[in-house]
Design a protein around this ligand. Structure first.
Ligand code: GRF
Length: 205
């Protein structure tokens, strides 16, 4: 339609509950993400709540089960074709628990972002996901932690840092309470902000 503003096509990759996906969906509605539109949600697992969130928001879903492939390479090939199929221009990892092969990160160079629940480089790298990140932060006795949104390249949690936000560790915190606070105070705010920033960059390219 004449006057319709071009929006960046976004694919969101998930493996679990999808609270970060929900933050993105809400941000689209609330005008925080104005220059992008989620066109497809791809899950590496069947039956996860993230898929329900997408369906409720009227977003197309696709399941590519990691366990259905004998190698990461085969899985990544399917993933890449699913990304091309929906015309994705920006890929967001929102609790996606599979490794992206170099041929995927290369073909979406500087166009994939991830949210990580710590202040990178602390508590990051291979194996650092979920509650383990918060457990280790508590064991180390840090007084502040937080979240990071970064560009995804072939090094796990190693790409350029886009946004970070601190979250206080409180006395009596458990890994679960800390995880919840990091999500509420940092992840759900940063990921939509970074998404809008990336969309603006892509539109101006
Ligand atoms: C979040 O803590 C995110 O930082 C990490 O995985 C978790 C996913 O949670 N990468 P959800 O599926 O978005 O609720």
């Amino acid at each position: 339609m004449l006057g319709d503003k071009k929006k960046v096509k976004i694919a969101v990759l998930v493996s679990g509950g999808g609270s970060n996906l929900q933050a993105l969906i809400d941000a689209q509605k609330n005008g925080i993400i104005t220059d992008g539109s989620i066109v497809r949600v791809i899950s590496s697992k069947n039956g996860v709540f993230a898929l329900e969130r997408a369906i409720n928001a009227g977003i197309e879903t696709k399941v590519i089960e990691r366990t259905a492939f004998s190698s990461s390479e085969e899985f990544n090939k399917q993933l890449l074709s699913a990304l091309h199929e929906c015309g994705a221009e920006l890929v967001i990892l929102a609790g996606f628990l599979c490794v992206l092969e170099k041929f995927v990160t290369d073909s979406f160079k500087s166009k994939i972002i991830n949210v990580h629940p710590s202040l990178i480089p602390a508590f990051s790298g291979p194996g650092y996901y979920g509650l383990k990140v918060h457990r280790e932060a508590l064991e180390r006795g840090v007084q502040v932690t937080g979240a990071t949104v970064h560009i995804v390249n072939e090094i796990t949690d190693g790409g350029q840092i886009l946004l970070q936000k601190c979250v206080e560790v409180l006395q009596g915190d458990t890994a679960e309470t800390l995880q919840k606070r990091v999500m509420e105070e940092a992840e759900w705010i940063l990921l939509p902000q970074a998404t809008q920033i990336m969309c603006e960059i892509i539109l101006n390219e």
